[in-house]
Design a protein around this ligand. Structure first.
Ligand code: AMP
Ligand code: GLY
Length: 417
């Protein structure tokens, strides 16, 4: 089978590696890391013009923009929802309405387009204050704060269009939830949803969950405390009711439903649904498929509307640490030469995935985005996987490189208890 992966980040690199075990892989546009991977080639695109048996769309923006519809109109088999289903991620207000109709447990919310009523609502709520842009913002459109002053300023910046342009002109204010976070990705064929193994992502840029939100600074799997009972509960109470509601509205959802959850004292609650593999969750979930699993076939089954096989998962733990460029999650500095990638890849169990890299005119590997590399390690335990990832990360350098040193730290401790 020939599979086309659409995208250029670490998630797509992880997909390409896992798919290349059983298929010929093309990626558009891809990145320098994938270009060198066995069985994988980067092609210029556009995706509509690449010949492939299956197309897997990585990021949300092209899905929201209807790429899957355009590909299906050309007779292609596609993993990824059409624009109708992708609206789940394209509009938080619509997602919240759907969750309410489907009876999915989630934070209470209210939607605003005008400043005065939004401020009045904010002031009537207890902290923490949660202010979200309605539209796409690459994981950066959410402010969670105990400071009313900060929340008010953020609200004003978003509604005025100053902070996120059009995506921010409608804002969702939410009840603050507390508890550990969990990401559960489910593969859907329109009717049936199959959970993948859970993962945990680290959203804030700084140590101990401080600083602004990012697209994700690291992840690990398995998640202690998220056993089969938690997965069953999330499938029963969130993923399946949502898929049924989509179907009831005539939406044939074939792709990944990504449930972002908070495990609150009152049970798991949905923070958001995304319409694709998580980034960096895919980087720790996909390597845990046992080597014999034919991922290309599995994704093709979902795309064709007939999920039949359940994949087998290894007992290995996986940890990924995101190495970010100077300035991220603000505007990242580009063009800084990167060293040590090969040396890092020599550490046992380690794979260095490229996310925001490029070749410069002198043929050097340089930073070309906010999240630059994902240092991913497998190991017999979370502790070992974590040690390997950090040992490898310490071999890589560029000017302004930063990463969190606490990815999977708590979990590795909990796992040995
Ligand atoms: P989102 O883009 O909606 O996933 O939000 C990004 C991050 O903000 C989440 O992963 C949480 O860490 C945090 N967050 C979002 N909504 C809430 C909420 N209602 N209460 C507390 N934290 C939240
Ligand atoms: N890791 C967060 C996301 O993929 O949206």
């Amino acid at each position: 089978m020939r599979v086309l992966v659409v995208g250029a980040g670490g998630r797509e690199h992880a997909l390409a590696l896992a798919l290349a075990r059983s298929a010929e892989v093309l990626v558009t546009p891809g990145n320098p890391g994938m270009a060198g991977a066995p069985g994988t080639a980067c092609v210029p695109g556009p995706p509509e013009e690449v010949d492939a048996d299956l197309v897997v769309v990585g990021p949300e923006a092209p899905l929201v923009d209807g790429l899957a519809d355009r590909l299906r109109a050309r007779g292609r088999l596609v993993l990824g929802p059409g624009a109708d289903g992708a609206r789940l991620e394209g509009s938080k207000a619509w997602m919240k309405e759907l969750l309410a109709t489907a009876g999915v447990p989630t934070a209470r919310h209210a939607t605003f387009e005008a400043l005065e009523p939004a401020l009045a609502h904010l002031r009537s709520q207890p902290p923490p204050y949660v202010v979200k842009t309605d539209g796409l913002a690459a994981g950066k459109g959410v402010l969670v704060t105990d400071s009313l002053e900060e929340a008010e300023a953020d609200l004003a910046a978003k509604l005025s269009g100053q902070a996120f342009g059009g995506a921010g002109r409608r804002v969702v204010l939410e009840e603050g939830l507390a508890g550990p976070e969990l990401s559960l990705l489910a593969l859907c064929d329109g009717r049936r949803a199959l959970p993948l193994v859970p993962a945990q992502d680290f959203k804030r840029v700084g140590e101990g969950g401080t600083g602004p939100n990012t697209g994700g600074m690291g992840a690990y799997s398995p998640v202690p405390g998220a056993g089969p009972d938690v997965v069953d509960e999330v499938m029963d109470r969130a993923v399946e009711p949502l898929l049924a509601e989509l179907r009831r509205r005539g939406i044939d959802y074939r792709g990944v439903l990504y449930a972002g959850l908070m495990l609150t004292a009152a049970g798991p609650k949905v923070v958001e649904f995304n319409v694709r593999f998580g980034d960096p969750e895919a980087q720790v979930v996909l390597p845990r498929l046992v080597p014999g699993v034919d991922l290309a076939d599995l994704l093709a089954q979902a795309a064709a509307g007939h999920l039949r096989t359940e994949p087998a998962w290894s007992d290995q733990a996986c940890v990924t640490v995101v190495l970010a460029a100077a300035g991220y999650p603000g505007a990242p500095r580009r063009g800084d030469p990167i060293t040590g990638v090969e040396e890092a890849g020599l550490v046992e169990g380690v794979q260095v995935l490229h996310a925001g890299t490029a070749w410069d005119v002198e043929g050097r590997l340089v930073t070309a985005g906010g999240r630059v590399l994902d240092v991913t390690a497998l190991g017999p335990t979370l502790g070992v996987a974590r040690d390997r990832a950090y040992r490898a990360a310490s071999r890589i350098n560029w000017r302004g490189l930063h990463f969190r040193s606490d990815i999977a730290k708590e979990a590795a401790r909990e796992a040995v208890r």
